[in-house]
Design a protein around this ligand. Structure first.
Ligand code: SF4
Ligand code: SF4
Length: 283
């Protein structure tokens, strides 16, 4: 998996908040801090310190994401998330595992954030992988101009495509943008030869109904390139990352998703003859 930072949606339930901003960020876990003070010396902007009362402070607003503090933090209380890398650097890393891909039948997947905001970079990496005979996949929420998607298709074996909410205004409310491009791009994907996997992050109170799943199923019914629909159960495992990024975890107020609900929806999909797999985290 290659994760690209930067996303133009803000899904309420996002489990990868560190992937939303396109710039490097510091994640700080005060519980791991041993008080060595090395970060205080290393930071050029005076972001780290301790008050007279002995309270450890981190002035995030002054942080430029240079990563010097994280580099000297032996306890890993500070971690830099994200760095600039060239296509060649990443290709060199992922292609080291070619023997493993051959053995496992795996390959390289580009995810995010929204990787197709950097479509030229994605295409270049996917092309390198293709030339070495490595299977290629892209995970996308589809909220990009069609040309961005079109550009990567010739070098992509699988597109994993998120469908979260169908009503445009509800989509804006829950995800920060309408879904007009998402649905239009999904329509256009029908006429391509890429293997298409639809992914539904199942969110309690938002889209956890058989009606919603049926609507999505109807939308892609008859797509010759449809490989299946995956249901990805909501969970709250991303909470610690919000805290480490100094952000509020608003999805706390969403209910837990009972496992019987997922079984019910999976059975429902199965009864409609739609192939489905067990999903991973919702993005
Ligand atoms: S370098 Fe790490 S362990 Fe040391 S004071 Fe800074 S945050 Fe704490
Ligand atoms: S990333 Fe750089 S600017 Fe930000 S807190 Fe660490 S040393 Fe300071």
């Amino acid at each position: 998996m290659v994760f690209l930072k930067g996303c133009n949606l803000r899904c309420f339930w996002c489990q990868n908040p560190e992937s939303q901003s396109a710039v490097p960020e510091i994640m700080f876990c005060p519980q791991k801090c041993i008080g060595c003070g090395k970060c205080v010396e290393a930071c050029p902007n005076g972001c780290h310190g301790v008050t007279r009362e002995g309270v450890r402070v981190f002035r995030r607003e002054a942080c430029i994401g240079c990563g010097r503090c994280a580099a000297v933090c032996a306890s890993e209380a500070l971690q830099l998330v994200g760095r600039s890398m060239s296509v060649d650097e990443v290709a060199e890393t992922v292609l080291r595992d070619i023997p493993f891909y051959r053995l496992s039948g795996g390959g390289v997947t580009i995810s995010g954030g929204e990787p197709l905001l950097q479509d030229a970079w994605c295409r270049a990496l996917l092309k390198c992988c293709r030339e070495e005979g490595v299977s290629t996949a892209v995970e996308t929420a589809g909220n990009v101009p069609w040309k961005n998607l079109e550009r990567i298709l010739p070098v992509t074996d699988y597109v994993m495509y998120d469908v979260k909410v169908l009503d445009a205004l509800m989509h804006r409310e829950w995800c920060g943008s309408t879904n007009l491009r998402v649905l239009e791009n999904l329509r256009l994907l029908r006429n391509t030869s890429v293997n298409l996997i639809i992914r539904i992050p199942v969110i309690p109170g938002v889209n956890d109904t058989s009606e919603f799943v049926a609507e999505v199923g109807n939308m892609v019914d008859g797509y010759p390139n449809l490989m299946g629909i995956e249901l990805l159960p909501f969970n709250k495992l991303g909470k610690a990352k919000y805290t480490a990024l100094g952000r509020e975890y608003e999805a706390e107020r969403l209910a837990e998703l009972p496992s019987r609900k997922m079984q019910e929806l999976r059975r429902f999909l199965g009864s409609r003859g739609v192939v489905h797999n067990d999903g991973r985290d919702p993005g």
